[in-house]
Design a protein around this ligand. Structure first.
Ligand code: NDP
Ligand code: 8X3
Length: 250
């Protein structure tokens, strides 16, 4: 029987790479995102196994209605909560509030609404939920307070959801990547290609396909195995130390 995955944020990066991988392996993919032209291009590329669905993760009402999606596309086995973005790395005291709110609405509120909406069906099908958190959930850095906070939420939400789902057979995983070269930094910097290129230059960052391969591996493990959390980094990314201030700033 054909399995179905719903992927949020399938118009770019990790979501698009996952859509390709799952269709190539015989799954049906419901591909969501705001950019309808990209979703239609993906359908042209991958064919009728992909259903394009324009969806803004800030539109809670639409997310809550998705659980009523009927017919063959309504039988969702795997929810990949991937859509997300980061505000610029300004310190909070200097940050543009609307950009912070967009990240919270997309990464947290939308993720919760969609999961709530699809969960009864996923429970009936003994399916799975895979959530994209980040290393930012664990390792603080300057300018990361809101983005990291959203990703720490995603991690803890994933772990606690396992408690709610005990005995249902539904699996939940938090994937926590470090630097993967996608449109992530382009979006974070407001479209600064040079800033994105210089961040990843010489790092040999992970690719969207590396993360999609990890998602595929988790999705196809035997049903008795649950990966709770998994953290990945490029070999050339590691950890910084603490910040110490010797004088107070005026
Ligand atoms: P991209 O910017 O390449 O892709 C982000 C996707 O999210 C796009 O498809 C975009 O679609 C979608 N998206 C953003 N805002 C919304 C919204 N309001 N409604 C619907 N969809 C939205 O980034 P990545 O592929 O790298 O990011 C995927 C996930 O992985 C994110 O949650 C990110 O935080 C996480 N992550 C990324 C890392 C990295 O280094 N790249 C590391 C750790 C975690 P559209 O604009 O068309 O709506
Ligand atoms: C983003 C991860 O390492 O680029 O989620 O800050 S990193």
């Amino acid at each position: 029987m054909t399995s179905t995955i719903l992927i949020t944020g399938a118009t770019a990066g990790i979501g698009a790479a996952s859509a390709r991988l799952f269709v190539h392996n015989g799954w049906r993919v419901i591909a969501t995102g705001r950019r309808g032209d990209r979703l239609r291009a993906l359908q042209d590329e991958l064919g009728d196994a992909l259903l394009p669905l324009e969806l803004d993760m800030r539109d809670t009402e639409s997310l809550l209605r998705l659980g009523e999606l009927g017919g063959e596309w309504g039988e969702i086995d795997l929810l990949l909560n991937n859509a997300g973005l980061a505000p610029p790395t300004d310190a909070l005291q200097d940050a543009d509030y609307p950009k912070l709110e967009t990240s919270i609405q997309t990464n947290v509120t939308g993720l919760v609404a969609l999961t709530r909406s699809l969960l009864p069906g996923i429970i009936r099908r003994k399916g799975a939920v895979i959530n994209l958190s980040s290393v930012a959930a664990t390792y603080p850095y300057r300018g990361g307070a809101v983005y990291a906070g959203t990703k720490a939420f995603v991690r803890q939400f994933s772990l606690d959801l396992r408690c709610d789902l005990a005995g249902t057979g539904v699996r939940v995983t938090s994937i926590e990547p470090g630097m993967a070269e996608t449109e992530f930094t382009l979006v974070r910097t407001g479209g600064d290609q040079a800033a994105s290129d210089s961040l990843y230059a010489g790092v040999e960052p992970m690719t969207a396909e590396d993360i999609a391969d990890t998602i595929w591996w988790i999705a196809t493990l035997p049903p008795h195995l649950n990966i709770n959390t998994i953290e990945l980094m490029p070999t050339r990314q590691s950890f910084a130390g603490f910040t110490v201030s010797r004088t107070d700033q005026a």
